[in-house]
Design a protein around this ligand. Structure first.
Ligand SMILES: Cc1cc2nc3c(=O)[nH]c(=O)nc-3n(C[C@H](O)[C@H](O)[C@H](O)COP(=O)(O)OP(=O)(O)OC[C@H]3O[C@@H](n4cnc5c(N)ncnc54)[C@H](O)[C@@H]3O)c2cc1C
Ligand code: FES
Ligand code: FES
Length: 1370
């Protein structure tokens, strides 16, 4: 029995007087029952039906679970409001607090909160799965800000929230209206170019950014144009004013009055939970349970228990122990209680900076700076100083600083005996610290600095925001002036990320002491450092050469920084040259600014209008239901998968005895239990539903367990013991080539002209060969795969709700494995929380798996994958290898291309062949190549099957092309732009697969972009910057694209729709496409509304369902609005044709009147529409045809700046121009462009999949290391180009698609390669500084490791050659 007790009454913990633990959720008082100590706050909220808060990752890395907690702080006598990650917070940790979720701040019935309204109207929600998290982060910021926050505060508060759809710009714009009103806000910097800032909002009359760049309206009179109806900006006064305060949930009075009490509660499996409120109580419990686990924010402990399956039977929550929360500015230094939260620490450090002399606070400044890049706000709001220290992580950001700054730790044992341990002596081994089991950390003491003592922090991570360090460091020196020289009197150099724990470079520190701070010291120290910190070749984490270089680079930066600190006292020959100061220049990260420039050409009542996403209001309020939010029917079960742990092995024995007797288990099913067919697959049936004898990848499904809870199902699945006989595994494309491991019948060849002849004749001035390696990419849709499946009529019918881009495949797979006709299986999809290709085929095998227990037990079964499992088993964008030989003239005209291209398919074919084919089709990008031979093959490897991903091979094909284009430019000494231009395809060009170019807009786009970005001037400016800065370089690039629209399999280019007109004049549309955030339903509804000439609000699209529209192709290939739009139009036109006789006879006051009259005349008001794309087809036997209906063209310009010493980079500017014909909905199209570009930016510069292969021997063979947001980094808000300008080509109607529009989903993705080539441009400048002017290979993605290692200098030379190529899983 759990208990709660007033402190005064407490004698011993077990003699407590019970009181009820409570929690307020959205203003409602809830008693917390005992026995729930194992639950997270998120699980609890979702269990009580508050499903607005989402589970995206379960590891604090995505922010989808953000809620606000409020409590009354007795010290400050104020309510504290904090955004936290509900997925990590143990339920009882918020006892006595008020939790506000997205449902608590506004809804459609009672009104949206201005934050919700602003986000919806700014098009800041696409799939909507991340949306509640963003809303809550912003809400918590506003509730906790005494004055309106600054724009920087806003962006910082969102750094722990990920969005995979929008590209963040609209989110920033939506929230910026709540920023402190200042000159810049109201002089139009929020979404426009700074230089062009005079727009007055038509709706408010105030200067603002809402529509300045929307020009050339063709229909201003009817439209209400730009944002006046749709995008009314909201000002801060709206939320500050009376209009909303009366709706704001207040802090519950009961909680104001309530005295905090200790807690003693329990959880599953005998788990004990204590909340002591005095240090003595903590020590008492620790004395009783020496192995009890302390926790504060639980950002480590929850990861251990939930992701790593650690079991801690006794938990002591010490977050509210006053003695552990001291934060005192003393005469000698700062005393920091072990439970002090990082956000609190940051505040106090700022106070110290104000109160103490500047020289005393060098350590404070460096800790503060390090905290800026420490996790996201939600983590910093709960994570504690002591938790970070006691974890003893080798990559802790703060431990190197405590050590370097000379901090000491106060430790108490259970008897209250105290000792002090210097931070430098505290860390003993991997996650091992100098604490006995009966000891706890009480506080940290940070001494003030002495005069001329300087402390500096360093950190390099994959991503700037919310990422753990690759290498970090804390460095301190104290100088004294002797004989006009600066001599080191004390030093401490500490590194993290280079050993199993944070370590001191002791010999280096000693070496420094007594030396003059000059170049000799630098050279000497660098030499000592190389021997002092040794990183083994096979060190876990890999990137050994990079990490070694960073050790030196950081010290070099420190050296320069110190020089700068004492600059005026330095003799002139020791002064740092101005260009070298670039090594230590701090970067100002301005708020993201963007312009969106497009025409609005309205057709009918709705087409062409920038309407907001039809589900936006549901999404911003958390009311939108995703598959996992659907309430489970009675008697439901949860499924968990039994997965292979070997990449290639024979299954010798499966022992499931322990699993069967595990709590809550209802059944375990293997291959032998499948009632229907065992083999599945979208193109050929080459995949076993459950591996029976041989496993061919880690993560292959061997069986499925169903149990009463998800946790119990997972626990039982872990208990299934499988014995294997390991077999030789193929773990890369290179391996596959060596062992001739290809999927059968996947060899492809496209030929134009005569390559051999061109190479052997003397037409080519130069012929070069090269190899392009392109890594894979995880979809990272925010909503993991999920299906709920149930039977009816005792298994005669099967129904499911799935998060899928292809309900038809779910229907087909399920019917097949159950041995049922497809007519008895129905799959419905309302919306997806993102798909990007990842839920086109790979979701279907999960539905089929869940169908087995559901059918056999006749019970509903839900399968929702954990993020790590989803990433591990459902496949990714294919990695590619391209080997090219290209011949060209001295002025750069391409004459011949011989290309071999391979993709890594993994262990089943899935869609890998059409992916390869599209890569081959796009291997010309936009260039005329007279002689071409492209050969392609699909590699079989022992990895999970790779699959579709936005672009479907096209980006990989084009990236290979742009690599050799860029190479030609270096070979002939011309700019890449010049090479691109002279090779452009022309109107009428016949491509290497026989299609003829018609209505090409590439040159128009190119010229407009060159003009708007003034590329010649930009190049000059970059050159000047590079001349003046030795350690920072800028680069620019401008890249075109041409993307073929249609499925390359002709039969898939068909679409169906069902349109019903009801007697109240409203219209229900169903079509075969799915809504995954891209706004398909919105565009389709606009088409239907325009067709009937009715308001958009009269059209509704509820869901996609296989029983309404049969045999639908997946929502993919960008073509859905083309084909489903045409099918819906067909249906509407049929109904209109039936109405026409009546309509022409009478004058009806409204559409509703006409409909009613038709009904009375017994006119059929329902129609099914159909469309098949005309004039397409391709024949692989001849290698010729027209696979595409048309092409979407675009071009992008990017400007980047890199730090050559660390590989850090940022995109200063990106401009994208796309030809989308006459847009169906320009706001949604802009959203697709921005989202695709930022996702593409992830692919080219941030996201690296690391697999256990020859390149990464420290990872178990075949396993995915980057299996969560913790170590797989998609772009965050801080990665968006500082200036991000999007424009749509004007006056370019496309007569080949509906309403003259063009497809948008995939084409802009590749344009992010402009960032890749701009980075390479900057690296070329860096290499030129050391005399390296030759071409060099540079693999995708351009991570900090690749950037840094390509910028060869004295800090890389000790570890590798100039042509070093960091390892990549390909
Ligand atoms: C998404 C995410 C991002 C992160 N980013 C970073 C980052 O950028 N940099 C970084 O350094 N870390 C990072 N971390 C790691 C983690 O957040 C920090 O280590 C954090 O400070 C831990 O604090 P906590 O209060 O949550 O620890 P808890 O999980 O509550 O405890 C951690 C450990 O400390 C022990 N402990 C706590 N208090 C005491 C005490 N007084 N005496 C003895 N033992 C004690 C606990 O028993 C436990 O073993 C990140 C974690 C997550 C989940
Ligand atoms: S679900 Fe909590 S941060 Fe991702
Ligand atoms: S809208 Fe942000 S993840 Fe989809």
């Amino acid at each position: 029995m759990g208990s709660m007790m007033a402190e005064s009454d407490m004698k011993t913990l077990e003699e407590s007087k019970p009181k009820e633990p409570i929690l307020y959720v959205n203003g409602v008082r809830r008693i917390l029952p005992d026995g729930l100590a194992h639950l997270t706050l998120l699980e609890y909220l979702r269990d009580i039906g508050l499903t607005g808060t989402k589970l995206g990752c379960g590891e604090g890395g995505c922010g989808a679970c953000t809620v606000m907690i409020s409590y009354f702080d007795q010290n400050s006598k104020k309510c504290v409001h904090l955004a936290i990650n509900a997925c990590l917070a143990p339920l009882y940790s918020v006892e006595g607090m008020h939790v506000i979720t997205v449902e608590g701040i506004g809804n459609r019935r009672y009104g949206l909160h201005p934050i919700q309204e602003s986000l919806a109207k700014s098009h800041g929600s696409q799939c909507g799965f991340c949306t509640p998290g963003f809303i809550m982060s912003m809400y918590a910021l506003l509730r906790s800000s005494e004055i309106p926050p600054t724009k920087e505060d806003i962006e910082e508060s969102l750094s722990g929230n990920l969005c995979r759809c929008t590209g963040y710009r609209p989110i920033v714009d939506a929230f910026r209206v709540f920023a402190r009103t200042d000159d810049t806000l109201y002089t139009n910097t929020s979404s426009s170019d700074l230089s062009d800032a005079n727009f007055t909002c038509p709706s408010t009359g105030k200067p603002c950014s809402c529509g300045m760049s929307i020009r050339n309206d063709k229909d201003t009179s009817q439209n209400g144009i730009c944002h006046s109806n749709n995008l009314k900006p909201i000002s801060f006064s709206d939320i500050d004013g009376a209009a909303f305060t009366d709706k704001e949930l207040i802090f519950p009075p009961e909680l104001l009055m309530r005295t905090l009490t200790t807690l003693s509660l329990e959880g599953a499996n005998g788990l004990k939970w204590y909340r002591p409120l005095k240090l003595q109580h903590v020590l008492d419990i620790k004395a009783r349970y020496p192995h009890a686990k302390l926790l504060v924010g639980s950002t480590e402990v929850s990861i251990e228990t939930r992701l790593k399956s650690f079991h801690y039977p006794v938990l002591i929550h010490v977050a509210q122990v006053p003695e552990l929360n001291q934060l005192t500015i003393k005469d000698e230094g700062l005393e920091i209680g072990a439970s002090v939260k990082l956000s609190e620490l940051a505040k106090t450090l700022k106070v110290a900076l104000d109160q103490r002399a500047s020289f005393q606070t060098s350590s404070c400044r460096s800790i503060l700076e390090q905290l800026r890049w420490f996790a996201g706000a939600q983590i910093r709001n709960v994570a504690s100083v002591g938790g970070n220290i006691c974890t003893g992580s080798p990559i802790s950001d703060l431990n190197p600083l405590w050590m370097a700054a000379g901090a000491s730790f106060e430790i108490s044992d259970c008897r209250g005996n105290r000792r002090t341990c210097a931070a430098v002596n505290f860390f003993l081994g991997y996650r091992k610290v100098d604490l006995a089991s009966d000891e706890i950390l009480v506080s940290v003491f940070l001494p003030w600095n002495q005069p001329y003592e300087f402390v500096k922090e360093f950190k390099q991570a994959h991503r700037r925001d919310d990422d753990i360090a690759i290498v970090n460091s804390g460095m301190r020196v104290r100088l004294e002036e002797k004989n006009d020289k600066w001599v080191v009197s004390d030093a401490s150099i500490v590194y993290g990320g280079v050993a199993p724990y944070s370590i001191s470079a002791k010999e280096t520190s000693e070496f420094l002491i007594g030396k003059c701070w000059n170049k000799e010291l630098l050279q000497g120290a660098l030499k000592v450092l190389q021997k002092d910190i040794l990183l083994k070749e096979d060190a876990p984490g890999g990137m050994v050469e990079f990490r070694r270089s960073l050790i030196l680079s950081f010290f070099f930066k420190f050296f320069l920084w110190i020089c700068q600190q004492v600059d005026e006292h330095m003799s002139s020959d020791e002064k740092v040259p101005a260009s070298h100061l670039s090594a230590i220049k701090s970067i100002h990260y301005p708020s993201v600014m963007g312009t969106q420039d497009y025409d609005i050409v309205k057709r009918g009542s709705a087409v062409g209008v920038p309407e907001m996403h039809l589900s936006a209001k549901l999404q911003v309020t958390g009311e939108a239901e995703y598959t996992d939010d659907v309430p489970m029917p009675p008697n439901s079960l949860h499924a968990a998968l039994v997965l292979s742990k070997k990449p290639h092995a024979r299954i010798l024995k499966i022992d499931d005895e322990a699993a069967r007797s595990s709590p809550g288990v209802a059944g375990i099913f293997f291959s032998k239990d499948i009632p229907g067919e065992h083999m599945i697959g979208p193109t050929i049936l080459d995949e076993e539903l459950f591996a029976s004898e041989i496993v061919t990848c880690v993560g292959q499904v061997i069986g499925v367990v169903v149990a009463d809870t998800h946790e119990n199902a997972k626990l039982a699945a872990r208990k299934v013991n499988i014995q294997y006989e390991e077999l030789q595994a193929v773990l890369s494309i290179e391996d596959a080539l060596k062992s001739n491991s290809f999927h059968p019948n996947t060899e492809r060849c496209l030929v134009k002209g005569d390559v051999e002849h061109c190479f052997s004749s003397d037409q080519c001035d130069k012929i070069v060969e090269g190899k392009v390696q392109i890594g894979g990419q995880e979809h990272f849709y925010l909503e993991p795969n999920s299906t709920l499946i149930w039977t009816s009529d005792a298994g005669n019918e099967v129904h499911m709700i799935s998060s899928t881009q292809c309900p038809e495949k779910h229907q087909k797979y399920v019917a097949r494995v159950l041995g049922l006709p497809m007519s008895k299986v129905v799959c419905k999809t309302k919306r997806l929380g993102g798909g990007f290709g990842g839920k086109e085929t790979r979701s279907a095998f999960l539905a089929a798996i869940a169908a087995i227990p559901s059918y056999l037990l006749n019970r509903p079964v839900k399968i929702t994958l954990d993020r790590d499992v989803d990433m591990m088993i459902t496949g990714q964008r294919h990695s590619f290898l391209g080997m090219y030989k290209v011949g060209f003239t001295n002025d750069g005209k391409v004459l011949a291309l011989d290309l071999e291209i391979y993709n890594n398919a993994g262990n089943s074919l899935d869609l890998s062949l059409p992916v390869l084919e599209r890569a081959m089709f796009h291997s010309d990008n936009v260039y005329e190549i007279p002689n071409v031979r492209i050969k392609g093959k699909v590699c079989f490897t022992n990895f999970p099957s790779n699959t579709a991903f936005r672009g479907f091979g096209g980006p990989q094909g084009m990236l290979i092309t742009e690599n050799w284009i860029q190479r030609i430019s270096m070979e002939v000494n011309r700019t890449p732009e010049e090479i691109r231009e002279i090779n452009f395809q022309k109107e009428g060009s016949v491509l290497h697969y026989g299609q003829r170019i018609e209505q090409s807009t590439v040159e128009r786009l190119w010229n407009e972009l060159k003009m708007s970005t003034d590329i010649l001037h930009a190049r000059k400016e970059v050159e000047l910057f590079n001349l003046q800065n030795r350690w920072r370089k800028r680069g620019i690039a401008i890249v075109p694209t041409k993307f073929g629209i249609s499925f390359t399999a002709k039969f898939m280019n068909q679409a169906g729709a069902l349109v019903h007109v009801y007697t109240d004049g409203t219209v229900l549309v169903t079509h075969g496409g799915t809504e995954m955030g891209q706004g398909l339903h919105t565009k389709i509804a606009q088409i239907a509304a325009s067709s009937f000439n009715i308001p958009l609000s009269s059209v509704f699209i509820s869901e996609t369902s296989t029983d309404k529209v049969p045999n639908a192709s997946p929502t993919a290939a960008s073509a859905s609005s083309d084909i489903y739009g045409a099918a819906v139009l067909d249906a509407c036109e049929q109904i209109k044709a039936r109405m026409q006789p009546l309509a022409s006879q009478h004058k009806f006051g409204s559409f509703t009147e006409l409909v009613k009259a038709c009904y009375m005349e017994r006119i059929n008001l329902s129609a099914n529409g159909f469309y098949k794309t005309p004039d397409i087809g391709f024949d692989w036997t001849t290698g010729k045809g027209s696979p595409f209906r048309y092409f979407t063209y675009g071009a992008a310009y990017a400007e980047v700046e890199i730090d050559t010493l660390t590989g850090d980079f940022h995109t200063r500017r990106a401009d994208v121009i796309l030809d989308l014909g006459i847009s169906l909905n320009p706001a949604l199209d802009v959203g697709q462009i921005e989202g695709a570009f930022v996702q593409g930016l992830g692919w080219v510069a941030l996201e690296e999949l690391k697999w256990g292969d020859a390149a990464h021997r420290w990872i178990p063979a075949g396993c995915l290391y980057t299996s969560g947001p913790g170590n797989y980094k998609i772009p965050s808000i801080n990665d968006v180009p500082f200036k991000f300008n999007i424009s749509l080509l004007k006056d370019a109607p496309n007569d080949k698609a509906i309403h003259s529009s063009k497809a948008v989903g995939e084409p802009p993705f590749f344009l992010a390669s402009s960032v890749f080539f701009a980075i390479k441009d900057a690296i070329i400048a860096a290499r030129a500084e050391v005399g390296l002017t030759e071409w060099f290979p540079f693999d995708n993605p351009a991570t900090p490791e690749r950037i840094r290692m390509a910028c060869v200098d004295e800090f890389t030379k000790p570890f590798c050659d100039a042509d070093f190529r960091p390892k990549l899983s390909v």
